[in-house]
Design a protein around this ligand. Sequence first.
Ligand code: ZN
Ligand code: ZN
Length: 500
Amino acid sequence: IEEPIDPADELMFLCLGGGNEVGRSCHIIQYKGKTIMLDAGQHPAREGLAALPYFDEFDLSTIDILLVSHFHLDHASALPYVLAKTNFRGRVFMTHPTKAIYKWLIQDSVRVQSLSSSSEQRTALYTEADHLSTFSQIEAVDFNTTHTVSSIRFTPYPAGHVLGAAMFLIEIAGLKILFTGDYSREDDRHLVSAEVPRGIKIDVLITESTYGIATHIPRAERETALMKSVTGILNRGGRVLMPVFALGRAQELLLILDDYWSRHAEFQRIPIYYASNLARKCMVVYQTYVSAMNDNIKRLFRERMAEAEQAGDTDRGGPWDFRFVRSLKNLERFDDVGGCVVLASPGMLQSGISRELLERWAPSDRNGVVITGYSVEGTMAKQMSHEPDSIPAIMTNRSAAPVGRRGPGANGEAEKPMIPRRCSVQEFSFAAHVDGQENQSFIEEVAAPVVILVHGEKHNMMRLKSKLLSLNNDKATKTKIFSPANTEELRIPFKVDKTA
Ligand SMILES: [Zn+2]
Ligand SMILES: [Zn+2]
């Protein structure tokens, strides 16, 4: 008979969001009386309170620290709600670049939401004032430095993915936990990629599982295929819509496009637009943090600064001062004639500028939508990847919407006018998440006895789980793999030497 395990020796893990899904990431870790929250995001396919993690399932007043891995809305945009509307009273940490970008992003997302068409039915979760009044509570930390807060130790490591993204190594009473957040390991044009922290024996690994066991095609081939798709659309006289999240991966795509344009004079008369309210602000942030990026961008920085100096133009220069990209604040100033490439947010075509351009351009078979991010279930970007015959018009003025097919009206809801979809749809992954193979080798390298999978649609997560379990066949000590659903509490015993 085994001795009952002292609850004091158990690690408690609870997903309030991001369990068997991508979106509203929020995880609770409890060990030896210490409580940590990891991330506080919203779900991109939901609205209002339904977009939040299950905060009601846990007493937020017991949390000691909240660590935010990166600025993406599925990891950070429930934070103003946590700070302004709940009984949370712990301390909040994120890296310096994350904090700088978070400020503008949240402000922008609150403003965009309040302008969106369905705002009258929508309950605002928090206001701009809530965001600004809670912003100063956030403490910024440096990469690769260890911080101790109420005897919890934590260290942020670079995670790749987007500027400022961190993996957190957490230590509570000798137990070492590594949380990857969203991470990538391939060579990027501007980011330092994630590495396994050296010389540390990790007990628990909490990792994303976005791509399951799927394999990305190699980076160089993927860039070539992307540019072939973009130039193919332009060569047939079409317009290219690239839905992107306002900041982050968009900068990587702009580097690729600007570089290609500089080497192909025949495309230089075709404008590339970056439609973002944040274009100017983000250029300043990205210039500020060049030192936190990889050697490629540092070299580009030196080259561009030297060129600018030679030209006597000291206001310009730097890698984020693109040569062939124009910024576009809104569509009122946009002259929609002839071929062009537009990068516009939001990335999943839920509303806003990207959705408006989609509805405008979808009817012509010359145009093309090029998806480069991960499309979450339930969003228009995911629907587009199935190449539907028509799409609901939500941004187009109803009286101006093309007459014709109408969608089925459900539950007495007003029927939505439908727009035919004849534009091409292609997908290339530049989302900067590890693929199945990269994730598997990282997990093997970390070699933690307990692995908890989060941030993946259920089918992707289950495929990865089976793959990881099959690797156990050759091992003397089997790795435990967990894939908890939201609100499903895990209790994992950790034997502690009790020689007294
Ligand atoms: Zn992310
Ligand atoms: Zn994410």
